[in-house]
Design a protein. Structure first.
Length: 370
């Protein structure tokens, strides 16, 4: 069956995982894998900030829709259906991958995709969560409130867990991690990995879960199986989409009242990420690499993710900058098109003002002197 056929049921994969866990790393590998199999994947990327730097890591020929400036599971959830619809109409992809911002609650996201599957022919595939193994263990030790709980939700929803960044854990910590994950989600297949280096055929097959019954013959690469969520038979029904998004909306009113620390009343907050803050700073020109490295080394603990595109005054190339779990990473890039120099910081209740001052000093060349 071809993607351009009216009857084609488009498989849709959701990649979940905390900020900086390795979702984009996995996405790049999946795209290669599918393309080698002669398939045309399309991507929906969601970023909290207003620039999509992860998109720079995805090949240019892959159709991509960006959903920026909000979290896909919450503030821009209503747009998800429209985005999926447009992508299918325009590109006729063989499959779609949604890479959600790491702050997204996958249950909400799944709900959004499910809603869309009521009026579009979608086969929702079992959810893959990429776990930042080292960061999860650190938070487990500290039993840190909301971030830890969000990670737990991302773990609980998954059919497959990629335990990424195992290079940062020794074997006894690894055993602890497995024990922890077996408690949180005994059903999911757990695959340890470094840089999401996993057997992708196994990953995608394992993701089909215990049910495993195929209802479409012939298409080996994309067999239509029943997912854990009972959604895959959505293509047997031709629902009219006659309910408004608002009928599925959730009560957001509690969101800001429990922003600090644990909720002593044990309320089950769906929007655990409401405390996540984003600070975007467009740079006025090249900056000194040493000064930038210092700024990064001095970032408060509450900034747990940063990305950017930078030009350094003391090097000739431009760089894609990544910072996750306090590890900075620089990759030489030659971006196509008009990509500004920009840095995006993501974290919890950090002092934006102070960071902004430091960035200004960096631009002015006075940071090291301070
Ligand atoms: N040490 C280590 N670093 C890794 C591993 N996998 C990925 N990284 C690094 O972690 C950073 C984040 O990786 P991404 O793939 O961009 O993570 P992401 O989940 O897409 O990040 P967001 O889109 O911000 O949520 C990059 O600097 C990667 O090079 C790993 O197995 N070990």
């Amino acid at each position: 069956m071809k993607a351009s056929d009216e009857t084609y049921v488009t498989p849709i994969y959701i990649l979940s995982g905390f900020l900086g866990s390795g979702k984009t790393t996995l996405l790049a590998k999946l795209i290669d894998y599918w393309q080698e199999a002669g398939l045309k994947p399309a991507v929906i990327m969601n970023e909290l900030g207003d620039v999509n730097l992860d998109g720079l890591l995805v090949k240019q020929e892959v159709p991509m829709e960006e959903m920026l400036g909000g979290c896909i599971c919450c503030s821009i959830r209503g747009d998800l259906g429209v985005t999926i619809h447009e992508l299918i109409q325009k590109e006729h992809p063989d499959l779609i991958v949604v890479e959600a911002t790491g702050a997204a609650n996958p249950m909400e996201l799944l709900d959004g995709v499910t809603e869309t599957a009521l009026y579009m022919k979608l086969d929702i595939r079992p959810l893959i969560t990429v776990v930042d193994s080292a960061y999860l263990m650190e938070l487990f030790d500290r039993q840190q409130g909301k971030t830890y709980r969000l990670m737990q939700e991302q773990i609980r929803c998954a059919s497959v867990l990629i335990l990424n960044k195992t290079d940062l854990l020794d074997s006894s910590r690894m055993q602890e991690l497995l024990k922890l994950l077996n408690q949180s989600n005994p059903y999911a297949k757990k695959i340890p990995a470094v840089k999401c280096e996993v057997d992708l055929a196994e990953l995608l097959v394992e993701g089909e879960g215990a049910q495993g019954a195929t209802d479409e013959a012939g298409d080996q690469n994309l067999s239509q199986t029943h997912s854990h969520y009972g959604q895959s038979d959505s293509h047997n029904h031709n629902y009219t989409h006659n309910h408004s998004h608002s009928s599925h909306s959730h009560d957001h009113s509690h969101e800001h009242s429990h922003d600090h620390g644990q909720d002593p009343h044990g309320h089950d907050h769906h929007h655990t990420h409401s405390h996540v803050m984003v600070h975007t700073h467009y740079l006025s020109g090249p900056v000194d690499s040493k000064a930038f490295e210092q700024l990064i080394a001095e970032l408060p603990r509450d900034v747990y993710r940063a990305k950017g595109v930078l030009t350094f005054s003391d090097t000739s190339s431009r760089f894609l900058f990544q910072y996750a779990y306090r590890e900075p990473d620089f990759m030489k890039i030659t971006p196509q098109g008009d990509i500004p120099d920009v840095v995006v910081f993501i974290g919890e209740h950090f002092d934006k003002e102070e960071l902004s001052e430091k960035l200004k000093a960096l631009e002015a060349g006075t940071l090291l002197a301070e």
